[in-house]
Design a protein around this ligand. Structure first.
Ligand code: ZN
Length: 165
């Protein structure tokens, strides 16, 4: 598990690209916080071309839409971008463990790998709660890597909720 911005950890055969993409998702989460949204950011990369095809933050407040989670918006944008409902060979980087809704959508989209930052014991649906990818009704399970830039992702959320009290 990666902790903080430590770069000499065991798992740091880990691609620098992974860290870069997660940092991008973190910046997007920060921008979401400035708009008064719970700070979560999601980036989708088309691994065939190496292109970033979506980069979205939460917009539930701004859109008055309870489903406007960063992951949902990123999946829609990516689908539009490549003209397909199936995001084959695409990876998602998101700062927080996806909720059950987003995990189901990630499976439907056939995302290849899911990298997430902070674990979410209260609202997560991947390692906690519904564990969507472990259900028999789940027909595509992405490879999952949690805890990437975990402390930064969690700190963003913590600061956000502290300043709202
Ligand atoms: Zn969600």
């Amino acid at each position: 598990m990666l902790d903080g911005d430590e770069t000499n950890c065991d798992s740091c055969d880990m691609d620098h690209e992974i860290v870069d993409y997660m940092e991008m998702a973190l910046s997007t989460a920060e921008i979401a916080a400035h708009r008064g949204e719970v700070p979560v950011g999601a980036v989708i990369v088309d691994t065939a071309s190496g292109r970033i095809i979506a980069n979205s933050g939460n917009q539930m407040v701004g859109r008055s839409d309870p489903t406007a989670h960063a992951e949902m918006l990123a999946l829609r944008a990516a689908g539009n971008m490549i003209g397909s409902q199936r995001l084959v060979d695409c990876d998602m980087y998101v700062t927080l463990e996806p909720c059950p809704m987003c995990a189901a959508a990630i499976s439907l989209a056939r995302i290849r790998r899911l990298y997430f930052g902070a674990y979410d014991p209260k609202g997560g649906g991947v390692e906690y709660g519904a564990r969507i990818f472990n259900q028999a009704s789940c027909h595509h399970r992405p490879e999952v890597y949690g805890g990437i830039h975990e402390s930064e992702s969690a700190a963003l959320l913590k600061n956000f909720f502290e300043t709202r009290r």
